[in-house]
Ligand binder design. Structure first.
Ligand SMILES: Nc1nc2c(ncn2[C@@H]2O[C@H](COP(=O)(O)OP(=O)(O)OP(=O)(O)O)[C@@H](O)[C@H]2O)c(=O)[nH]1
Ligand SMILES: [Mg+2]
Length: 296
């Protein structure tokens, strides 16, 4: 029977910073593995989320938001975006439907066009639109710009139309057997997810330059049946930034630790002892060795 034909492939999540790509990735696999925040450039590396169903398997690839690169870090991030665009079966362009169109949106669309790949457009954050008919002009505009296979209004945050999005995505993937076994949800290591959870809490609790100037590396991990002891280094660029991360009498870093620990415990299903320390490294964003160490 035709229904039994399985489909399988890689799908790139592409879009401007803050469009909701990582929120969608987490929603698709039903686990929190990717850092999410309202600060732009939250995602710095490629991270896969694997969806397996009777229809087959989709490997969604979350990417950094499309932006103009300054530091070496940002050049690497944009390289990741362009490289991913070329190495997938299908592209999913994510657009925050609540923001006005600008050069950034146009540029993200242009990258998708230039890739020559088949693409689906997901208009995200419809839960935050005061009226759904506000979508019509946006859909119209995109339809004129590019021949999208599908245009799907969704809410990654609330989980609206996500099943539909997955069903539609399957239609355009090649026939094939699953690449990963059924239990696999991601290619990211627990160590890197733990580091990302710490970084997410820093992004969520700090402002201005600090989110961009911070990186987190998981430096040590020991585990018994009951407990994981995890040691993470937080990199900042200046002493003044270290003071901000620490907070008055260490209050901020304690809070960051409590919140990150909760996420990591939920993920690995055991008790976590999380130790955080801050390192000042003035030019880490332009230092190839540190960028390699951080895996970006
Ligand atoms: N209201 C609403 N907010 C959303 C939705 N999806 C994501 N957000 C919010 O949008 C912000 C950005 O979400 P992310 O998932 O980090 O966006 P991203 O596209 O991965 O951003 P970068 O990694 O910086 O490229 C967060 O504050 C999310 O909570 C949605 O469907 N509705
Ligand atoms: Mg992201």
């Amino acid at each position: 029977m035709n229904d039994l034909v399985q489909r399988c492939g890689y799908v790139a999540l592409i879009g401007r910073p803050n469009a909701g790509k990582s929120t969608l990735l987490n929603r698709l696999i039903g686990e929190k593995i990717a850092a999410v925040s309202n600060k732009p450039q939250t995602t710095r590396t490629r991270i896969q989320g694997v969806v397996t169903s009777p229809q087959g398997q989709i490997v969604f690839v979350d990417t950094p938001g499309v932006h103009k690169p300054g530091h070496r870090l940002n050049k690497r991030m944009m390289h990741t975006v362009l490289d991913t665009l070329q190495n997938v079966d299908l592209v999913m362009l994510l657009r925050d439907a609540t923001v006005a169109s600008g050069h950034g949106e146009q540029y993200a669309l242009e990258l998708v066009r230039q890739s020559g790949q088949k693409a689906i457009l997901a208009l995200n954050k419809v839960d935050a639109l005061p009226r759904k008919d506000l979508l019509l002009p946006l859909i119209d505009w995109y339809r004129k710009q590019h021949d999208f296979l599908e245009v799907v209004p969704i809410s990654a945050l609330k989980g609206e139309a996500i099943d539909l999005l997955v069903d539609l995505t399957f239609r355009y993937l090649p026939e094939g057997r699953p690449i990963y076994d059924e239990e696999t949800l991601t290619d990211a290591s627990l160590r890197s997810i733990a580091a990302e959870m710490v970084r997410e809490k820093i992004l969520q609790s700090t402002e201005q330059e600090l989110p961009f100037a911070t990186a987190v590396a998981c430096e040590h991990w020991e585990e018994t049946d009951q407990l994981a002891r995890i040691f993470c280094a937080i990199y900042v660029e200046r002493k003044s930034q270290r003071a901000i991360v620490l907070g008055k009498a260490g209050k901020k870093i304690r809070q960051i630790g409590i919140e990150a620990r909760r996420d990591i415990e939920r993920l690995i299903g055991k008790q976590v002892y999380l130790e955080l320390f801050v390192k000042v490294h003035e030019h880490w964003r332009d230092d190839e060795t540190t960028l390699n160490l951080l895996g970006v």
